[in-house]
Ligand binder design. Structure first.
Ligand SMILES: [Zn+2]
Length: 170
């Protein structure tokens, strides 16, 4: 179960159809992209257990933060890849048939109905990554870091931006 499934299920728990609320679903996925999938899952489960209206995205972010170690102040060193979070993200997408894949180029041409999301792929090889021994090491592909350095931002930040841009044109 990945973060798209988790958010879809969260919507269903509140009797909202994910595909009829696509923009909102994208918004929830994007606003929680700093959290690992398992943190997101626990947070959604906690909120789904409560009665009443569907929580706003800010409530979900707060509960994620409560469960997340990645929001701790631990920061061993500056890092151009992870920005100090210790985790490395990539843009993935789903197409209409439900298949999913990673985006492997800045020139990727999105098609109608594809949904893009940034997701944690593993831990960074810098010192910050040492707080996540359970994660495999992951190095971002060179196209990400080449573009990030060109723009003067971290790799993770570029991934979030790229994801937002792709969603706007898909
Ligand atoms: Zn790093």
């Amino acid at each position: 179960m990945d973060r798209v499934d988790i958010i879809h299920e969260f919507f269903l728990d509140f009797n909202k159809k994910p595909f009829a609320n696509e923009e909102l679903v994208k918004h929830f996925i994007s606003r929680t992209s700093d959290f690992e999938d398992n943190v997101l899952k626990v947070a959604c489960q906690e909120l789904s257990g409560s009665d009443g209206n569907m929580p706003k995205v800010q409530q979900l972010v707060s509960v994620c933060r409560k469960y997340s170690q990645s929001m701790s102040t631990f920061q061993a060193e500056d890092c151009d890849i992870c920005g100090g979070s210790g985790l490395v993200k990539m843009v993935e997408y789903r197409n209409l048939e439900g298949g999913k894949s990673s985006v492997y180029s800045m020139n990727f041409k999105p098609e109608k109905g594809q949904m893009f999301y940034s997701t944690v792929k593993g831990r960074c090889k810098c010192l910050n990554g040492e707080q996540y021994p359970a994660y495999p090491f992951f190095e971002p592909p060179s196209f990400i870091m080449i573009e990030a350095i060109k723009q003067g931002i971290t790799g993770n930040y570029l991934v979030d931006n790229h994801c937002r841009e792709l969603n706007e044109i898909s």
